[in-house]
Design a protein around this ligand. Sequence first.
Ligand code: HEC
Length: 135
Amino acid sequence: MRFTRSSWAALAIGVASLLAAAVAAGLVRSERRQNESIARAMTGGDPARAPALIRRYGCAGCHTIPGIPGGDGQVGASLADLRTRVYIAGVAANAPDNLVQWIVTPQAFSPRTAMPATGITEAEARDVAAYLYAQ
Ligand code: HEC
């Protein structure tokens, strides 16, 4: 096959777009790692343990939660981008300890809330809080 000027140009464009895609993927990965380490430091929890807990305590049956297969519940609000919210359930400032307490006993903040106390422990709620803040 003979390479014409335009086939070289097409090749160069192809290589450049592969490089751009690789750089973009790397940036997304490093942003995710950074979000995760901030979330660990904020909560003292381990986001890696959260998906199993989210399934066990039924959170995803009521909430849409990114990264959880079948996590498309519509009973409560979506928990995507929780770290950008000002309030938790409109009653508590969005701070790590409040989030953990809300997850364990929402009735402590909001006696008539429809969200049940699921039986999750405080240590487990820290893992789930770390996961939610990392999204
Ligand atoms: C039976 C359904 C149900 C289950 C199970 C449930 N929630 Fe909720 N959740 C709700 C509802 C309803 C609200 C809205 C509460 C309110 O505003 O009073 C809520 C609110 C929240 C909020 C505040 C959201 C916001 O927009 O500020 C968080 C965070 C949360 N839930 C996390 C969890 C986690 C983590 C679990 C699992 C341990 C869980 N929920 C299990 C129904 C549920």
